[in-house]
Write a protein that binds this ligand. Structure first.
Ligand SMILES: C[S@@+](CC[C@H](N)C(=O)[O-])C[C@H]1O[C@@H](n2cnc3c(N)ncnc32)[C@H](O)[C@@H]1O
Length: 407
């Protein structure tokens, strides 16, 4: 077994299904280690992202994305021979090489990289692999590359906060743009096609990405609370906070349990129900503060969903009610701090209950990107969530949902 086929076998086992045939073929042909020459060979063919660049604080700024992420995006994009493709975020050049294989000699690939040093390395790797036909442009990918368009496919491999107008303008009439989109702190890889004057999703997949740099960068804000800090709030869109919030952890916590039980895993649709609440945020609870009994454990160690208002906050918690060690069943609840902590905890718990009631028969989430002028100011009938951004208004609809909330 070669390193490449071993990686694909482990990937298929992890996902519980084989990769699309054309994507598996491309990942078999393109050697990943050529694109991450400094990584040990077992890391190059592991299932994790290979980080290649960091900022001064040690935060990753460029990587070869995890093979599962790469394969998932390519499956969503459905790239075909002969197509013109634009990639935003060349990184190591690995994905561009896969794209070049998928479009074949009659197609074209342009990839844009913001960081000149990273772009130069991508060129070197692509040449070493023999994919010289890929054009690597140094610049801000949110401006696109009009000279090489229109594009049948646009793949964005850095986390976006909005759909850049250039991507819509440079997309062919029946094209597809696939991008990791952050909506109220939730990141979803969305495959969009044109629909009327806007875009409508054909698939929505949960994943995480290195955030976009440049003129459309929209950093999140971290707010540390308590000594340690015991808890960090991550707030999207740089929303303001009340100074009283810094004292919230001085109060005793209030717990509210629901009868909602879910398997340990992501509950990606439930996130959209919680995101309808004003003050929605992500909460990272310090494991040492939990061990010392200062604060209840959050539902998800990688960041639980929460809400804040004035000097109060609440976040999701969970306790095991059954299942196995590998896949426990979790009862979901919420924990609040501060003068309105109990109320905020109840609001979170109520949204989890609403999710359970409204999705008992399954649910499908659809995201539309519309021009701001086309969306009524007071929301949209049947929408679960309406999020106003600069270039687009995003309307999230979930079949089975009845709530309409504007954020
Ligand atoms: C996860 S890495 C991309 C992985 C890459 N596709 C690969 O196969 O190795 C994200 C890349 O996007 C780049 N990036 C971030 N913002 C950008 C922007 N506005 N325009 C172009 N590239 C950008 C980062 O510098 C980083 O190299």
């Amino acid at each position: 077994m070669t390193l490449r086929s071993g990686m694909l076998d482990r990937l298929a086992a992890m996902r519980g299904r084989p990769l699309a045939e054309d994507v598996a073929d491309a990942m078999t042909v393109v050697p990943r280690h050529v694109f991450v020459p400094e990584a040990p060979i077992e890391e190059a063919y592991g299932l994790g992202a290979v980080v290649t660049h960091w900022d001064e604080q040690g935060v990753p700024t460029s990587s070869a994305s995890a093979p599962g992420t790469v394969a998932g995006m390519l499956e969503q994009a459905q790239v075909r021979p002969g197509q013109r493709v634009l990639e935003v975020g060349a990184g190591t050049g690995y994905n561009a090489a896969l794209l070049a294989h998928l479009v074949g000699p009659s197609g074209s690939v342009t990839t844009i990289e913001y960081d000149p040093e990273v772009a130069e390395a991508a060129r070197t790797h692509l040449t070493a692999h023999g994919a010289d036909r890929v054009r690597v442009v140094t610049g801000d990918g949110t401006l696109g590359a009009a000279e090489d368009g229109p594009f049948d496919r646009i793949l964005v491999t850095a986390g976006a906060w909005d759909v850049a107008p250039a991507w819509v303008e440079q997309l062919a009439p029946d094209g597809r743009v696939v991008l990791p989109l952050r909506l109220r702190g939730l990141t979803r890889v969305v495959a969009f096609e044109r629909s009327g004057t806007g875009l409508r999703s054909v698939s929505v997949v949960e994943d995480g990405f290195i955030p976009m740099k440049g003129i459309r960068a929209m950093p999140e804000k971290n707010v540390p609370l308590g000594t340690g800090p015991d808890l960090t709030l991550r707030i999207d869109d740089a929303q303001p906070i009340d100074r009283a919030l810094l004292e919230a952890l001085d109060s005793e916590p209030t717990l509210e349990w629901t009868d909602v039980v879910a398997p340990w895993a992501w509950t990606p649709e439930q996130d959209f129900w919680l995101a309808t609440l004003p003050g929605f945020c992500r909460v990272f609870v310090n494991a040492e503060a939990v061990a010392a009994g200062r604060i209840p454990r959050a539902k998800d160690p990688w960041g639980a969903w929460g809400v804040y208002s004035g000097g109060s906050l609440a976040y999701m918690v969970a306790r095991q009610t059954g299942g196995t060690d590998e896949m426990p069943m979790l009862q979901v609840g919420a924990c609040g701090f501060g003068p309105d902590g109990a109320d905020l905890a109840r609001r979170l718990a109520d949204r989890a209950r609403a999710w359970q009631e409204q999705t008992a028969d399954g649910v499908e989430v659809t995201i539309e990107a519309r021009s701001p002028a086309s969306v009524p100011l007071h929301g949209e009938d049947g929408a679960l969530l309406v999020v106003n951004k600069v270039d687009h208004v995003f309307v999230v609809t979930a079949v089975g949902a009845a709530t309409s909330v504007e954020a």
